[in-house]
Write a protein that binds this ligand. Structure first.
Ligand code: FES
Ligand code: FES
Length: 195
């Protein structure tokens, strides 16, 4: 049979069997970020979002996703432009073999969408259905809390319309520096990039 799914904002038609899970169809069509671990709904490795809700794609019949909006880790960020949650996982070295990480990140993003300022306990509870066979939970929790801080800063900038401006460009962008480059006010000759 053919089934139409919206994946990462694009509507596509996929070949599928009636008995296929959402994970079967995603992975068969290149969305391999969702991992197949237990295939029984017990590990969380296959977590994607369906209409914004974290969903175990291995136990979700693909037919149930028809007409819904599916988001996979491929839809979050690019290699050179990671989503803040992805970047926080990288910067906190919150991964070992990495197999559980796409599911952890999708579950974490759903948490932060709903609760932008979670406590450590709330993060632990939200991730409690996602297993890490390398047992790297401490750094994963730290990464999610870090991501919450980063997204809070992003939101503040968006809400305020960016850095204060009284008609002049902000001081550290005036001479070629960028807000997060670490360049001194007034700029330097590094063009705003990393050394
Ligand atoms: S592979 Fe889906 S929960 Fe384990
Ligand atoms: S980093 Fe290996 S399973 Fe979690």
């Amino acid at each position: 049979m053919q089934i139409e799914l919206e994946v990462n904002g694009e509507t596509e038609t996929f070949e599928a069997s009636k008995s296929d899970s959402l994970l079967d169809v995603l992975r068969a069509n290149g969305y391999t970020g969702a991992k197949r671990g237990c295939d029984t709904g017990a590990c969380g490795f296959c977590t994607v979002h369906v209409d914004g809700d974290p969903t175990l794609s291995c136990v979700t019949p693909v037919t149930k996703a028809e007409g819904a909006s599916v988001e996979t880790i491929e839809g979050l960020g690019e290699q050179d432009d990671l989503h803040p949650v992805q970047q926080a996982f990288v910067d906190n070295t919150a991964l070992q073999c990495g197999f559980c990480i796409p599911g952890m990140i999708m579950r974490s993003k759903a948490l932060l969408d709903e609760n932008p300022d979670p406590t450590e306990q709330e993060v632990r509870e939200a991730l409690s259905d996602n297993l890490c066979r390398c047992t790297g939970y401490k750094k994963i929790v730290e990464a999610v809390l870090d991501a919450a801080d980063r997204m809070d800063v992003d939101r503040a900038v968006a809400t305020d319309g960016g850095p204060p401006s009284d008609g002049d460009p902000p001081p550290d962008t005036a001479a070629g520096g960028t807000l997060d480059s670490g360049c001194p006010p007034g700029g330097c000759d590094c063009s705003g990039g990393e050394p």
